[in-house]
Design a binder for this molecule. Structure first.
Ligand SMILES: [Fe+2]
Ligand SMILES: [Fe+2]
Length: 234
C-alpha cells in the first residue's frame, strides 16, 4: 500500500495553493494520512474550507486531530464534519484497509526519556500528566484492536525526541512524549507518522527500532517547496 502523509495544514483561505499541491495524490497513493492540525483555530468554517479541498481528492483519508483543532472547543463538531465526508478520524481507534491497520490518537505533551514528567506533587501536575497517560492508553486500545500484520501509527504529537530536533530545546517537552513510543514498541508497528514539530527533523526511530516520520507540511516544504505530502510504501 502506498501511503501519502501530511500534517499541520493549518488550513485557511491563504492556503489556497494547497489544493493544487494535493491534487496529484490520487495517482501517487492509495490512501492519505493527515496527522493533525488540519485547521488553525479549530473553527468549523476552516474545516469546511479544507473539506472542500479534501473531498475533491477522491482518495480514502485517515486523520487524527491536533492541538490547533481543539482551540475553539469545537473538536467534536470538526470530527463529525469529517466523518460525514467519509474521513476516518482516529481517536484512540483503529481502522483496517486492504490488509493494513491504522491506529491513531492525537497524543499529548510530557517529554521524552528520562525527562518524562511524572504524576507527583500538586493535583495540577497530576491532572496534566493524566492527560498524557490517557492518550497513551487510547493508543494502546487502538493498537489492540488491529488484527493486521502491517500496522501504521498516526499521531499528532511526537513519540520520540529525534524528530523534534531543530525546534528550540526548551520546548521539546511540549512537542510530544515517549510514553506514546513505549506503547508502539510493545505492540509493534511498521511505521509511525506524526506532525506538530513544524521545524523538527524528518526521520527517527523508537528505542525498539520502529521508524518515525515527522510529516509536518512546513518540514516537507523546507526540503521541496511544492511538496504537500510524503509517500511511504507499507
Ligand atoms: Fe501545527
Ligand atoms: Fe500542533
Amino acid at each position: 500500500m502506498r501511503i501519502a502523509a501530511t500534517a499541520d495544514l493549518h488550513y485557511s483561505v491563504q492556503r489556497a495553493a494547497l489544493q493544487d499541491q494535493l491534487a496529484p495524490v490520487r495517482n501517487e497513493a492509495d490512501i492519505l494520512v493527515v496527522a493533525g492540525d488540519l485547521t488553525n483555530f479549530g473553527q468549523p468554517a476552516e474545516m469546511e474550507l479544507l473539506l472542500n479541498v479534501l473531498v475533491r481528492l477522491r482518495i480514502p483519508i485517515v486523520a487524527v486531530l491536533g492541538n490547533h483543532d481543539y482551540e475553539s472547543s469545537k473538536h467534536e463538531d470538526l470530527m463529525r464534519m469529517m466523518t460525514t465526508e467519509g474521513i476516518k478520524v482516529l481517536d484512540g481507534t483503529g481502522y483496517e484497509r486492504d490488509g493494513v491497520g491504522f491506529a491513531g490518537t492525537k497524543g499529548f505533551v510530557g517529554g521524552f526519556g528520562r525527562g518524562v514528567l511524572t504524576a507527583f506533587g500538586e493535583p495540577e501536575i497530576k491532572t496534566f500528566v493524566k492527560a498524557s497517560i490517557d492518550e497513551a492508553m487510547k493508543l494502546e486500545r487502538a493498537m489492540a484492536q488491529l488484527r493486521t500484520e502491517k500496522r501504521v501509527v498516526v499521531l499528532h504529537y511526537s513519540p520520540i525526541a529525534a524528530t523534534v530536533q531543530g525546534e528550540a530545546p526548551e520546548i521539546f517537552p511540549y512537542l510530544g512524549t515517549s510514553r506514546l513510543a513505549e506503547v508502539v514498541d510493545r505492540h509493534g508497528a511498521d511505521l509511525i507518522l506524526h506532525g506538530h514539530a513544524h521545524h523538527g527533523t524528518a526521520t527517527g526511530k523508537t528505542v525498539g527500532g520502529i521508524p518515525v516520520h515527522n510529516v509536518a507540511i512546513t518540514l516537507l516544504q523546507s526540503q521541496q517547496p511544492s511538496a504537500a505530502y510524503k509517500i511511504f510504501d507499507v
